[in-house]
Design a protein around this ligand. Sequence first.
Ligand code: MGD
Ligand code: MGD
Ligand code: SF4
Ligand code: MO
Length: 744
Amino acid sequence: MAEDTTKEVKRASCFLCHLNCGVLCTKEDGRIVKIEGDPECPHNEGFVCSRLEQDRWKSFEYSPYRLKKPLKRAGERGSGKWEEISWDQAFDEIAERLAELRDKYGAETLAFFEGTYRTQSNLHYKFTNLFGSPNTGGAGTICYSSDMWLEPCTYGGFCSDKSDWKRADLIVLWGRNPAASELLNWKWVTDNMDNRGAKLIVIDPRYCEVAERADLFLRIRPGTDAALALAMINVIIEEDLYDHEFVDEWCYGFDQLRERAAEWSPERAEEITWVPADKIRQAARMYATIKPACMPWGEKGGDGHGVNATNTIRAKAILRSITGNIDKIGGDQLTMPEDRGDTDRTYEHVSLSQEQRDKMVGNDRFPGLTFKGWDIISEAYPRFYPYANAPLIFRQMISGDPYPIKACILQASNPMVGYPNTKLIQEAFKNLELFVVHDYFMTPSAALADYVLPAATWLERCSMGYPTMDVEQVSMNGTMPVVERFEGGADVDFRDDYQFWYEISKRLGMADKWWGPSYEDFFDGQVGHFGMKFNDFCENIKYLRVPNKPEKYKEPGFKFLTPTGKVELYSTVIEKLNEELDGDFDPLPNFVYPPDFPEVNPEYAEEYPLNMITGARFMPFYHSEHRQPGAYRDLHPEPWFQIHPDKAMELNIAPGDWCWIENYMGRIKQRANLTTTVDPRVISVQHDWWFPEREEAEPSLFGLYDSSINTIMPDDPDKYLDPLMGAWPVTGVHAKVYKCEEQE
Ligand SMILES: Nc1nc2c(c(=O)[nH]1)N[C@H]1C(S)=C(S)[C@@H](COP(=O)(O)OP(=O)(O)OC[C@H]3O[C@@H](n4cnc5c(=O)[nH]c(N)nc54)[C@H](O)[C@@H]3O)O[C@H]1N2
Ligand SMILES: Nc1nc2c(c(=O)[nH]1)N[C@H]1C(S)=C(S)[C@@H](COP(=O)(O)OP(=O)(O)OC[C@H]3O[C@@H](n4cnc5c(=O)[nH]c(N)nc54)[C@H](O)[C@@H]3O)O[C@H]1N2
Ligand code: SF4
Ligand SMILES: [Mo]
């Protein structure tokens, strides 16, 4: 039989989540017919998760809902009326409008919002910096970015995404449920438990998937992780379980920490956290004595969200340090800043003048993540990227105070669904003079734009898989596009994320600052120091791993890249910020009650008694993605929230009932899942629900206000945000629940 010459297999890196598994794609007649895990990829060794199984990816790559052509608004903003235009027209007009607005209001009038780092996110920094605007904001504020500032403050690098899952003897999953969020990580944990006998502690308000395998499970009250961490520090110090050698030689401020921790007995923490004091002791003893132990970061475990974001991240960093678990094989390994000469060129922060930096929204109010904070740690950690504060940007888009923000670009983010206080964001977006969205699909954010432009997926562009959540210092998987534009019958006229920035830059006279017109040119620049072109890198190197060197602090002359050269249990960086800003940020971790709690707001909590988790991950969705009708949506057609059966009975709610979830901001509805997984005082509400099959035009916006929990999540900067990082809450916010009437 003649060989089928149209068949070929190409490598790619899956970008459907942050793990970037290596995959093999089989093409026939230009169309992808099969995607499998690449057994040669050292990262996932052939593993793929349910997002790629059963050909589900076809509902993404070949979805009829994908944007096909550049669209320009042809009616009122949000009216759902569009005209198709050419890419040249789109780029010409966008560049022209940007130049006009810069002349009229100053470059700082442009805002950009970053999503969950699903593309080459340094590119937009390069553009905004060259353009002259400091105003990039993003979901990172409540995701990993707060860790990326506070961990370097503590140990001069960061380690909570460099956990050594496979070689740890104890793994602490603290507000982290990789069985639903990062499935490859969970495979590593279960393999480690099965093959090496590793132990597992789970700290979660829900008896979630990973809790089912835990040796110790702490059912914590949402929003109180800082109090628990402080009590664990208390036990470790009081019971003399800390690593004396490491603390004596390498930690700064132990006496101050001891004093603070003394205030946090397990009994005091029990009252706040609902975790019995003896279990707190048990957890502290296990963590301090079963070594090596790793404690990966977890968004919901207090890392990054709500009024205790700084407290919790710092307290967890301190726990890693005083137990001597940082930078150990099997612990959380420390990544030092890479010596990559091109850092300045890819981020281009150097191009932004001090005058422009000083205009960053949030600089003075929530300085941690902004240029104010960056200035202090950037020497030690140059790859950190500063963030303007998103809730403040939205407010400024409306008020124009202290200056107008009139232009906005979104690439790979969807704030109308993923960020809190949707109504305010809608008003802000409607106040813009130029709003551009580059995405795969028409989203509720895109529906409010002037231009909506089709993006290339990870199968259609060059990419560099850079798996996070792995212990390697660097791990790279370079791949060329699997399919070309219009190949295989796909009628999507996409431009990839690099081309987008390049083409606009070219029209603004900034082409020479880039590497050339294509993504490949960019990657040629990135791998230049290997002495080869990107194509050769993909062919010959395929998968590159640079293992982390453990226990770097044992090398002669080593210093942690903090002002004291030590792990700062007491933060001199925060102290310095206080001096500069006349602030009173606490250099030691503490705990404050979230604003809805009965301890601080008893009247409110009486009306809204249930402590709410929002956004606990579940497969197969990724935030607001994959809601389009198709294989993913079929697995989970409707929004559900979890409620304890006793509470449901008290409220006369039966399984599957549609219920209102309400707080002072408004109400949304989801269906009731009665389960003992949650405490009777807690509900867990799915996030990011919208319905791409419903009407686009306002007020519907794809049914956004029906079931998206972020429409009622608060972001009042005076009340709900972490004072240093400006992080807003995703759990520990109070609500009430009641059944919908028949007709609702
Ligand atoms: N209530 C609540 N809210 C939350 C959370 C929560 O737990 N609870 N979690 C928060 C967290 S941790 C995060 S990170 C944020 C995420 O916030 P976002 O990243 O804003 O949310 P997504 O819905 O993932 O939006 C991503 C958009 O980018 C598009 N996209 C994906 N990849 C690419 C690409 O490569 N190129 C281009 N051009 N477009 C792409 C997708 O189609 C989608 O429309 O949400 C936050 N919001
Ligand atoms: N399926 C799916 N996977 C995803 C994503 C997605 O949207 N969908 N998003 C990706 C992104 S951007 C991120 S940041 C990661 C996040 O990954 P994870 O941190 O693993 O995800 P979550 O499910 O948000 O939170 C984990 C657990 O924290 C618990 N939790 C809730 N509130 C609290 C609390 O106050 N304290 C403690 N200790 N635990 C609490 C929840 O019950 C949940 O079981 O997931 C990534 N993976
Ligand atoms: S774990 Fe993430 S990267 Fe790996 S196959 Fe699943 S979605 Fe893709
Ligand atoms: Mo995230």
